[in-house]
Design a protein around this ligand. Structure first.
Ligand code: UD1
Length: 357
């Protein structure tokens, strides 16, 4: 089975690593295609270094563009790779533009099976570009590998054939569990870790200002560390909001190991990321999600995550409330199984057992 393993943006890389390892474990030939959607060293290369991922066999170097142009560029360049490599399987991960673009190419090629890792997650908010990417990729895929039973039900409700759906667990947790045990314990003063990069928060001046104003009040009580995404840096500058950052420890995006160390030892994490909601749940760290919806509903049920939105008072009150009364988390049995660090091996075993050639 000849596999092309696709990744393009930061949230893909920690998921690619365990899948690549599992392919090696099962003696499978694979090539890594990096689309170049994320290209700064601290958004890309540091993850390959930290996670011991080998150099990509292809880098499509598409860079930053509008959604349509970025997607079109990837489609064009990935089609050339497929023509040259003639893969049996293309594995795409998550919900970024690279996922959608490569899924479109693979699904139209005869004899190529498309596998989507992290299938079926839904925020039910089509204003999010990621939601469009998820829906289209799932419709096109031959193998839908789900991280949660909710995701599986979403696909069934959308009319997807049950034979294509596999509940395998969460591949990001394969990386987290493997790496988190190697990290030292906290020293130093307590802090809040903050990450913001969602288009709905960064590209809307009012929302971005609300978040920064709330952070100012919170920073009077507890230190805030903010590894800032390039998109967020750019928007804060262009909206003239830099003055709101005076009391906040703004740093460059962190590499994977440094980030999970910071996350594991934070008093609270404030974020609009999807993956971080799950990672904090597994680590038992309180999380405040600065969004109106989430595709990771089980994190709310497990009790570590709160969906708070972006109203200033709400962010402040919920943060202080969580600091005063940190939630107790013990993962339910069902989720312990799905977050057990074996998802990638399950995925590769299923593909190998299918005898795709
Ligand atoms: C993308 C994903 C999002 C994911 C996020 C994690 C889509 C639709 N969204 O959003 O799901 O959670 O990555 O980071 O694919 N930029 C740089 N250097 C880089 C990468 C980006 O400067 O290495 C800047 C560019 O100005 C670019 C902007 O960030 O225009 C946005 O990058 P893009 O890949 O379009 O989307 P993200 O906001 O990163």
């Amino acid at each position: 089975m000849k596999t092309l393993l696709v990744a393009g943006a930061r949230p893909n890389f920690m998921k690619l690593a365990p899948i690549a390892d599992a392919l090696v474990c099962y003696g499978q030939e694979y090539k890594i295609v990096h689309t170049g959607q994320h290209y700064d060293d601290n958004m890309s290369k540091v993850f390959f270094d930290d996670l011991n991922i080998r150099e990509p066999d292809y880098n499509l170097e598409v860079g930053s563009e509008t959604h349509a142009r970025q997607t079109a560029k990837i489609i064009h360049k990935f089609a050339d790779v497929c023509e040259r490599e003639e893969p049996d399987v293309v594995i795409v991960i998550g919900d970024v533009n690279s996922t959608l673009a490569c899924a479109v190419v693979a699904s139209k090629l005869e004899g190529v099976k498309l596998a989507h890792v992290e299938a079926g997650e839904r925020s039910f908010d089509k204003t999010m570009p990621e939601e469009i990417n998820r829906i289209v990729t799932d419709v096109l895929s031959d193998y839908l590998f789900c991280a949660t039973d909710k995701a599986m039900n979403n696909l069934i409700n959308e009319g997807c054939h049950k034979n294509k759906i596999y509940l395998v667990g969460n591949v990001a947790m394969d990386s987290l569990i493997y790496n988190a045990t190697k990290l030292p314990l906290r020293d130093g003063e307590p802090y809040i870790l903050c990450t913001i990069h969602r288009q709905s928060n960064t590209d809307d001046k009012k929302n971005l200002k609300n978040i920064l104003k709330a952070l100012i009040t919170i920073s009077e009580k507890i230190k805030i560390i903010f590894p800032m995404h390039p998109r967020t840096v750019a928007r804060i500058k262009s909206f003239g909001l830099t003055k709101y950052l005076d009391q906040i420890d703004v740093i460059q995006p962190l590499n994977y190991l440094k980030f999970i160390y910071r996350m594991k030892n934070a008093s609270v994490v404030l974020t609009d990321s999807g993956g971080i909601q799950v990672e904090t749940t597994v680590l038992g760290v309180p999380c405040i999600t600065l969004r109106e919806n989430t595709e990771w509903g089980f994190t709310l049920i497990e009790g570590t995550n709160r969906l708070v939105g972006v109203a200033i008072d709400k962010i402040i009150n919920e943060t202080f409330d969580v600091l005063a009364k940190p939630p107790k988390s013990s993962l339910s049995r069902a989720n312990r199984i799905l977050l057990d660090g074996m998802a990638s091996k399950r995925i590769v075993k299923i593909l190998v057992d299918e005898n795709i050639k």
